[in-house]
Design a protein around this ligand. Sequence first.
Ligand SMILES: Nc1nc2c([nH]c(=O)n2[C@H]2C[C@H](O)[C@@H](COP(=O)(O)OP(=O)(O)OP(=O)(O)O)O2)c(=O)[nH]1
Length: 156
Amino acid sequence: MSTSKLRAGGSEIEQPEVGVAVFIINNDDNKILIGRRRSLYVAANTYGLPAGHLELGESYEECAAREVKEETGLDIKNIELLSPNNIYYDAMHLNVTYMRAHLSDPNQAPQNIEPDKCEGWEWYDLNNLPEPMFEPLREMLQGGFDPFTSPAIGRM
Ligand SMILES: Nc1nc2c([nH]c(=O)n2[C@H]2C[C@H](O)[C@@H](COP(=O)(O)OP(=O)(O)OP(=O)(O)O)O2)c(=O)[nH]1
């Protein structure tokens, strides 16, 4: 499984990566923001959501806002938790919580802030998603998960 870390005593432990992935809703046309990752990164060359890993002391909402800002330049609001998932992918264990958020300013356009990691961001209709999608995300959406109507869960 994924990362290997040393405990204080020196023994080695394996731990899942803990992160969030964010469905940013564009109110006007019910589209979500998706980008294609570059080849050197997890889920290479696949399309996926803005996402990233929790930093020490950070809440899920803070992590979502920070990662979205770092990757797209967008400010988001109404950040909600939708679905915590354990994903076993490509010999990794990812503990990823899917989040939903709205644009703070509906007129703000996404920028490709990290062009080394992502080819760019576009709004896509849920019924017309680009391929290849990040497999666990595609499975979730094809399984009927709807980021627009899924009820939010309480704080974790
Ligand atoms: N990019 C992306 N990652 C996703 C999605 N769904 C999902 O479970 N993940 C997982 C894969 C990653 O292990 C994890 C975090 O995303 P990431 O790989 O983009 O993280 P990052 O490089 O920006 O992280 P960081 O080290 O800068 O915090 O989320 C998704 O739709 N898009």
